[in-house]
Structure formats: structure tokens, C-alpha cells
Write a protein that binds this ligand. Structure first.
Ligand SMILES: [Zn+2]
Length: 230
């Protein structure tokens, strides 16, 4: 018998998800030359990608961006959200100052999935905000889990990081999982007519640290568009 705590005795929130790593490969991109490594969450089967600058880190700790997959924003450049621009900004920052972007798959629409995100869009076009739309669908406002992300960061040796995010909830959740955020580095990208209501909701209802320079547009037409990320 041992007196040390076993994994089963740890509070659920502190139990890491086991992860497994693949090989590190070169990834030349439009944003610079990176290295990439796939990580599999063995609890869920989700496959994530770590994209890192091979250059030495500038500053007290490496920049880390936990980027939740957003097909519409990341691939199609949708202006309903700011994900695509945040992804580009983070890659530019990491290329310049060193660090890692962890691309978290299976987190579409703050974890509700692509099809549900589209349903939420439809409700938003009917006048609900991004939080209310999820509630109307009976879905959590944020279903994302960062246990695998924290475990990947730990296994990459990234125990103290500068987090590229406006979302204080991410900082709290990483701290619970044992990753220390020594600084929050804001990732504000320009607000647009099409996403201002979404960004305003993130600021007002989800405690995001945003300085918005446009007055919220009336909830009609394109200005009523909103969505769910970061
Ligand atoms: Zn998005």
C-alpha cells in the first residue's frame, strides 16, 4: 500500500488526458518556417497539431496560442468571427518571438461541433446573441476541455507560458491543469461590421478583454451575424 494519491483519487478537474506524440516535421508556411507535431488525445481520439517556431524564444517565456478549430473562420476566412485573423496574428507573433500554436481540433463552435454551430448561426440571424443561441439549443456556452492541451504543453516542456488570448477562462483552466500563465498577451484583431456584435457579446457576457472601437451595430442584416469561438 502506498500513501501517495493515485490518479483515481485526484479531483476530476486535475486529471490529465493521456496524449501521444508523433514525429516532429518541417512545416514551411506563408507565415514563416515552423515545425509541426501531431498529438493524439487518447481519452477522446481527437488529433491536435502543435506548430512551433524553431528559433530561440524572445522574452521571459514562450508565446503559446491555444487555437480552437473553426472551419468557417480558419479555412474560409469568415468575418462572422475573428478566428481566422487571430490564427494569422498568432502565427505571425510566434514566427517573430518564438513559441507554439496548439491547434485544437474537435473544438468547433466552442466545442458544440460544426452542425450545431450552423444551427446557432441561424438563431443568431433570428436575433439571439452567441450565448443565448447555445442556450436555445440546450448546449453549453463553452464545452471545450483543455486537459489534453495542458498535457501536451507539459510534455513539450512548456510549463510557464505567455498566453496569446483575450480569454481569462483559458488562463484559469490551464492553471487548474498545472500550466502557469506568466502573462496574457492580447490578440485583438480589427472589429468589423459583421463581427462587432459577436465581439461585444464576448466582451460583455464572457469576460473577454477586448477594446472595441466601433459602436455595436443594430441586430439586422450582416450586423446581426455572430458566432462562437475563443
Ligand atoms: Zn470562428
Amino acid at each position: 500500500m502506498t500513501t501517495s494519491k493515485t490518479r483515481d483519487e485526484m479531483p476530476m478537474a486535475r486529471q490529465p488526458h493521456p496524449v501521444s506524440a508523433g514525429p516532429i516535421v518541417q512545416l514551411p508556411t506563408a507565415f514563416g518556417d515552423f515545425v509541426a507535431q501531431a498529438w493524439t488525445d487518447l481519452a477522446t481520439g481527437a488529433e491536435h497539431l502543435a506548430v512551433s517556431s524553431p528559433l530561440p524564444v524572445v522574452g521571459v517565456a514562450p508565446l503559446v496560442r491555444l487555437h480552437s478549430e473553426c472551419l468557417t473562420g480558419d479555412v474560409f476566412g469568415s468575418y462572422r468571427c475573428d478566428c481566422g485573423e487571430q490564427l494569422a496574428y498568432a502565427l505571425e507573433m510566434i514566427n517573430e518571438f518564438g513559441g507554439t500554436l496548439l491547434y485544437l481540433r474537435g473544438q468547433e463552435g466552442r466545442g458544440i461541433g460544426l452542425a450545431n454551430k450552423m444551427k446557432a448561426y441561424a438563431l443568431q440571424e433570428a436575433g439571439f446573441d452567441t450565448v443565448e443561441a447555445n442556450e436555445q439549443l440546450g448546449l453549453p456556452v463553452d464545452a471545450r476541455c483543455y486537459k489534453a492541451a495542458a498535457q501536451i504543453l507539459a510534455e513539450m516542456g512548456l510549463h510557464e507560458i505567455r498566453l496569446l488570448s483575450n480569454n481569462p477562462d483559458k488562463q484559469d483552466r490551464l492553471a487548474q491543469a498545472g500550466v502557469k500563465v506568466v502573462e496574457m498577451v492580447p490578440t485583438e484583431v480589427p472589429s468589423r461590421e459583421q463581427n462587432i456584435r459577436y465581439l461585444q457579446t464576448k466582451k460583455d457576457r464572457m469576460d473577454h478583454r477586448l477594446v472595441l472601437d466601433v459602436e455595436p451595430a443594430p441586430a439586422a442584416g450582416m450586423a446581426g451575424f455572430e458566432h462562437d469561438q475563443d
